[in-house]
Design a protein around this ligand. Structure first.
Ligand SMILES: Nc1nc2c(c(=O)[nH]1)N[C@H]1C(S)=C(S)[C@@H](COP(=O)(O)OP(=O)(O)OC[C@H]3O[C@@H](n4cnc5c(N)ncnc54)[C@H](O)[C@@H]3O)O[C@H]1N2
Ligand code: MOO
Length: 654
């Protein structure tokens, strides 16, 4: 343990200092960065056809051969001279002497088709010299004539009939692909038909990815206390590939200057673009910033953008190589990557700017915003009677799911203090977003996944958006969702959900889940005790630390009832989920709390049952007839779904 002055010094050095003195509006930051870059596509490289899909054609590709390479028959029949067929009919067939060859595919003709003769030819066969038409075998008959086999034709033929001429599909020298074309299987077929085994494509920009942070652990490895899985590198590498780049994962680096500097130098030598994440806003830990400022001109161009998420973004150019330090928070990292880095990767890869789609929606709930930065709010879209509703995901920059699960985002201008409920917003879609077939809003329960999985197997895309039971009820009343999952306990009646029904809403019984006291196994204060008694004793013990729940949650109402006005140690610690309660107890930040049995089990905690909580669904009458809702109701009662719910520790209702 350091002494007090040393500790204070350490805190001061580790603290984030406000170092974004020249914080720039996002547009200006992007313009300054782009102006310092050479954004022309990288030079060409030649790749075999098999490696070409997804690549961008670097220069026009001309056909080396005609397709078809020769005049060829497009039917099975006989090659002949059209002039000889004039007047042929069923009643008066024309007679042809057959030449002594059969032109199968790949056979070079040896005999010229003279007037009054015909040569048998297969589909794809080479048209022989002298012939100018082909007749179908169906319109002919064969006979043995005095001088050999003969063919009788019952229909006249026009010149050129059933002949595909050389070069009619692809003409030698013709430009098949122009520079900038994105190669897909369709282009590959053309190139192969024209005799090309390889194609010149734009070299993929190599993008080095470095994660910095003492806490980071690669996915797959065990997580030590305080550890965080490095999700940024994974999402960034995948996004780089999606936008035509070649990710070069460099790994995780501790906030240690010498090692990180060596890694950045190596990255500069190997890559066309270097992307780092983390540690951009720390004081002492702000190693990346210090390293970049001494690696060469022009150096750091932007450090700090009036953007949320993304304030600490740092944009630099070393020599000719762009180097970007993204904020460590996953949503901030990927959002700034999409806005500032993706355009650069696409330009170097020769790809056109990404197509953007904006849709009009109304904001479902008020969204406060701190003025000073343009705030981008990740939203989930749901279809209401009169158009789309945008529900803020409300998870913040530190969340990894906010960006990954959002349908899109809208902006709150820097000078505004927020956006009102019902305000029209323009939502920029992320990926191939489309509203789900079934929108469930409210309190999320693990059991819901069992029902949604059964629907997914039927091709129905359901989505659950966690906004809490009351948020779900409000959305259901406004007709903005198909179902609202809730476990609302009415303290007066002691019953769940039914007292909250209002006209236009129906209650669909879901399942019950046992709530109880959670504690670390082996804790003698709880082991073997009865629930309500254990609560009374724990509440009276100042050394026994509680982790409470947020006001308004059913669990909180239950606990307050049991405490009867007592305020045990830890009462002010009020996280919003069963999982947070279980984690706090499992990791020793608290000694007890109230959570559901399934969660207690998942965290390996001891459990003393208290009461059953009802998890049901509010269904707006206006939505009841929708096929996806009907499918949900059926799935809820399906034996296999009920069995799955039981296996998860829930008791299906009804
Ligand atoms: N007192 C202040 N605190 C913070 C400020 C501020 O201005 N004053 N800015 C906040 C903002 S805004 C952001 S954004 C974050 C960004 O911080 P850093 O870029 O310095 O990132 P870290 O501190 O290294 O990490 C933040 C957070 O993200 C996690 N992280 C980091 N790298 C990864 C990764 N590769 N994969 C997954 N998660 C990662 C890290 O563990 C931290 O939890 O700072 C605010 N604070
Ligand atoms: O800029 Mo930070 O990304 O707001 O959270």
């Amino acid at each position: 343990m350091p002494d007090a002055p040393a500790l204070l010094d350490c805190i001061r050095r580790a603290a984030r200092q406000e170092q974004f003195l020249n914080i720039l509006p996002a547009g200006e930051a992007a313009a300054r960065f782009r102006a310092a870059l050479d954004l022309r596509p990288l030079p060409a490289e030649t790749v075999p056809l098999a490696a070409a899909p997804g690549r961008v054609v670097a220069e026009g590709v001309a056909a080396r051969a005609d397709a078809p390479p020769f005049d060829r028959s497009s039917v099975d029949g006989f090659a002949l001279r059209a002039a000889d067929t004039a007047g042929a009919s069923e009643a008066a067939p024309r007679r042809f002497r057959l030449n002594a060859e059969l032109l199968a595919c790949g056979t070079a003709p040896a005999i010229e088709v003279a007037p009054g003769t015909a040569t048998a030819i297969a589909t794809g066969g080479v048209i022989p010299r002298g012939a100018d038409a082909v007749v179908m075998i169906e319109h002919t008959a064969l006979e043995e004539g005095p001088e050999g086999p003969e063919m009788l034709l019952s229909r006249p033929a026009a010149p050129g009939q059933f002949i595909a001429h050389a070069g009619s599909d692809i003409a030698r020298g013709e430009t098949l692909l122009r520079a900038g074309t994105l190669v897909s299987s369709r282009e590959i077929g053309m190139l192969a038909a024209a005799g090309l085994a390889e194609v010149p494509v734009v070299r993929r920009p190599r993008v080095a990815v470095l994660s910095t942070g003492d806490e980071l652990v690669p996915p797959g490895a065990p997580l030590p206390p305080g550890g965080i899985y490095d999700s940024n590198a994974a999402i960034l590498c995948a996004a780089i590939a999606e936008h035509g780049g070649e990710p070069v994962p460099m790994g995780i680096f501790r906030d240690e200057e010498a090692a990180l500097e060596a890694a950045v130098r190596e990255a500069l030598g190997r890559a066309d673009l270097v992307v780092m994440s983390g540690g951009t806003s720390k004081g002492a830990g702000d190693v990346s910033h210090r390293i970049l400022s001494r690696l060469g001109a022009p150096g750091i161009l932007v450090h700090g953008v009036a953007l949320k998420p993304g304030k600490p973004l740092c944009l630099a150019v070393i020599g000719r190589t762009p180097v970007v330090v993204l904020p460590g928070f996953p949503t901030s990292a990927v959002f700034t990557f999409e806005e500032f880095v993706v355009p650069v990767i696409r330009a170097l890869a020769g790809l056109p700017p990404r197509e953007e789609t904006d849709v009009a929606a109304r904001l479902a709930v008020r969204m406060p915003s701190e003025p000073g930065r343009t705030e981008y709010v990740m939203v989930s879209l749901s279809e209401a009677e009169d158009g789309l509703r945008a529900f803020p995901l409300g998870k913040g920059s530190g969340s990894v799911t906010a960006f990954s699960q959002a349908d899109g985002f809208f902006a709150i201008p820097a000078l505004d203090q927020g956006a009102e409920a019902g305000a029209p917003v323009s939502v920029r879609l992320i990926g191939a977003a489309r509203p789900p077939d079934l929108a469930i809003i409210g309190s999320h329960c693990l059991g819901l996944d069992a029902v949604l999985e059964a629907l997914a197997a039927q091709g129905i895309r359901g989505r659950s958006l966690a906004v809490g039971s009351l948020g779900g009820l409000a959305a259901a009343k406004r007709g903005e969702c198909d179902l609202a999952g809730a476990h609302l306990l009415d303290p007066k009646t002691g019953s769940y959900n039914t007292p909250f029904l209002s006209p236009g809403l129906r209650l669909v019984p879901g399942w019950r889940r046992m709530q109880g006291v959670v504690f670390r196994r082996g804790d003698p204060r709880f082991e073997g005790a009865e629930g309500a008694g254990a609560v009374r004793r724990a509440a009276a013990d100042p050394a026994c630390l509680l982790v409470n729940r947020n006001a308004g949650s059913g669990t909180r109402i239950l606990l307050d009832g049991l405490l009867g006005g007592a305020r045990p140690a830890g009462y002010a610690n009020q996280p919003k989920s069963h999982n947070a309660v279980a984690a706090a107890v499992a990791q020793g930040r608290a000694d007890w709390g109230v959570a559901i049995a399934t969660v207690a089990e998942a965290y390996g905690l001891g459990f003393l049952p208290l009461a059953e909580e009802h998890y049901d669904f509010f269904l707006p009458e206006t939505r009841a007839g929708r096929p996806a809702v009907q499918a949900f109701l059926a799935a809820l009662r399906a034996p296999e779904v009920q069995a799955r719910l039981v296996a998860l520790g829930f008791t299906p209702a009804g």
